[in-house]
Ligand binder design. Structure first.
Ligand code: RIB
Ligand code: CA
Length: 335
């Protein structure tokens, strides 16, 4: 059996984060060293509770600890004139209203475990500094606030990071008028990470919207017949219940489970179709605030390229991977 990839996930657990966490905890190819939580889909108290609930639901509370992180972005909410004002209603209200991230909590059967006393940034720094160079892969699937804070607080962690595989950014597909949600919540944090010099793979909305799941996929997953597969199917359908017509094309209800695709690409990098490019974040606090700007024609000349930016993804490979992880977990539990 090949060595497991050691990862730390940074999450703003909502429904697609919850599927990503489950995949990371159940995959035989991944060692999840710990999870840090951040403000994003929901406020950090709730993203932390939802994360704890998923760790307990998967029975991993002895090996996977949870560390609460940033309650606010670095700077984007300091001024009233942020990109968020471009939306008809504050996006947090729209998430709560649609409830596709479980605005109360993910309905797991129990919730008895607690977050660790160490804060996310302190734990990230200490864990990375005590690891070997290039040993740990970071998988942030929410706003980059914790990662940026850790890098600014102690740049010695940067050579310790093997790769950052993030769910962030996009060119064609965006949730706000101009930006992908994770970047839009904290554009300055995203730009700090993009300028860090780390190897970065961006699992973008362009990729997640081509690797969508359908309700048939969800029922195929449910038919595996475990509590984990049932939860996974429920989370997929819940996320797809936004009622956002942009997700319903040609009568196929396309459900992009964004964060789980980032985890899949840790194990199967070829699931993403990427270009190596120079990518930066608009932090200009105007109409394009939070946009990821990709120089696809190399017009920026000799400016160094800084990330593998995904333009699309292999939908079938992604769906089959989710099924494989859950089926192997079932077989192992029945052995
Ligand atoms: O734009 C999609 C991203 O925003 C996903 O990580 C989702 O969980 C939300 O955080
Ligand atoms: Ca997320």
């Amino acid at each position: 059996m090949r060595d497991k990839t050691k990862i730390i996930m940074d999450v703003d657990t909502g429904s697609d984060d919850a599927v990503a966490l489950m995949m990371a905890m159940l995959s035989e190819d991944i060692e999840l060293l710990g999870v840090t939580t951040v403000n994003g889909n929901l406020e950090v108290a709730l993203t932390t509770e939802n994360t704890l609930r998923m760790v307990e639901f998967c029975g991993k509370q002895d090996t996977v600890k949870v560390y609460r992180g940033a309650e606010y972005p670095l700077a984007s909410t300091l001024l009233p004139t942020t990109g968020q004002s471009l939306l008809p209603i504050p996006i947090r209200e729209s998430i709560a209203k649609a409830d596709y991230h479980h605005a109360t909590h993910i309905p797991t059967p129990s919730f008895t475990i607690h977050e660790e006393k160490e804060s996310a940034v302190v734990w990230l720094i200490n864990t990375l500094l005590s690891s070997e160079d290039g040993e740990i892969t970071l998988v942030p699937v929410g706003p980059m606030t914790n990662i940026a804070l850790a890098m600014r607080a102690d740049p010695r962690i940067i050579p310790k990071i093997r790769e950052i595989v993030m769910m962030a950014g996009g060119i064609e597909a965006n949730e706000t008028p101009s930006a992908e949600f994770n970047v839009w919540v904290d554009p300055e944090a995203m730009e700090i990470v993009l300028q860090s010099g780390c190897k970065i793979t961006m699992c973008t909305l362009d990729a997640t919207h081509t690797a969508y799941l359908t309700s048939d996929d969800a029922e195929r997953i449910r038919s595996i017949g475990t509590k984990e597969s049932d939860m996974c199917a429920d989370l997929i359908l819940k996320y797809g219940s936004t009622g956002d017509l942009s997700n319903v094309l040609d009568e196929i209800h396309r459900i992009p489970i964004h964060d789980a695709l980032a985890v899949c690409s840790v194990v199967h990098p070829d699931v993403l179709n990427t270009i190596y490019c120079d990518c930066h974040t608009d932090i200009g606090r105007s109409f394009a605030y939070g946009t990821t700007i990709v120089d696809r024609r190399n017009l920026s000349g000799d400016r160094p390229k800084n990330c593998y930016f995904s333009l699309s993804a292999d939908r079938q490979k992604f769906v089959d991977w989710i099924v494989e992880v859950l089926e192997k977990d079932k077989a192992q539990k029945n052995a």
